[in-house]
Design a protein around this ligand. Structure first.
Ligand code: GLN
Length: 196
């Protein structure tokens, strides 16, 4: 199994380290053609408006939309905004992969960044995680098909819909790598579903 990390802008290298720690083959995806080599894709944090412009310019927008029909995508922070059906900012051209509404920077600006303990259901186990929030989006609405896997003060911060996963926070900044193993599990079960 190979996992790609969209490497246009933002915090992509740290995701590579986490996936390597799980002995997973991972690669930085800089060209749309590389999507053919990967079984799942991480959309990193960064700036969703900037990533929008780069995705449109490079052909990634349509390439990822096509990829995501079959393959799992994991968006973190700006990546989550880019997956939301309602990003609520006209400068963000979302991929519409998750039925959620978001408020960009809903957890405050850079100075309000911090680590919060969240309650989550990861790999089927209830657990607490130290999650890093950096100018994080707040999820204000979730559709019926969206499972809320993680909460902070009763607000959803980790969500899954079908074969897509998204976090408001930055799992690449934590020591804990269980959220990545959850994503790898989603990819393998998708591959298994194809095999039968
Ligand atoms: N605030 C950024 C945005 O709206 C996301 C921040 C992040 O990814 N850490 O795109």
């Amino acid at each position: 199994m190979t996992v790609g990390i969209l490497a246009l802008q933002g915090n992509f290298s740290k995701h590579l380290e986490k996936l390597h720690a799980l002995d997973c083959t991972a690669l930085l995806v800089k060209y749309p053609e590389q999507l053919q080599e990967v079984d799942g894709l991480v959309l990193p944090g960064g700036e969703s408006t900037c990533i929008t412009l780069l995705m449109e310019k490079t052909g990634f927008h349509s390439a990822i939309s096509e990829f995501a029909k079959e393959k799992p995508v994991f968006g973190t922070c700006a990546g989550l905004i880019l997956m939301a059906s309602e990003p609520n900012d006209e400068r963000v051209n979302s991929l519409h992969l998750l039925d959620i509404s978001v408020n960009r920077n809903g957890y405050g600006r850079q100075v309000h960044s911090g680590i919060h303990e969240i309650e989550a259901l990861v790999n089927g186990r209830a657990s607490t995680h130290q999650a890093m929030f950096i100018r994080a989006p707040k999820i204000t609405k979730t559709g019926n098909n969206v499972s809320v896997l993680g909460k902070l003060n009763n607000d959803p911060v980790l969500v899954q819909q079908g074969h897509h996963l998204a976090a408001c926070f930055h799992p690449e900044m934590s020591v804990d790598i269980s959220i990545y193993s959850h994503f790898l599990e989603m990819i393998s079960s998708k591959n298994l579903a194809h095999a039968v």
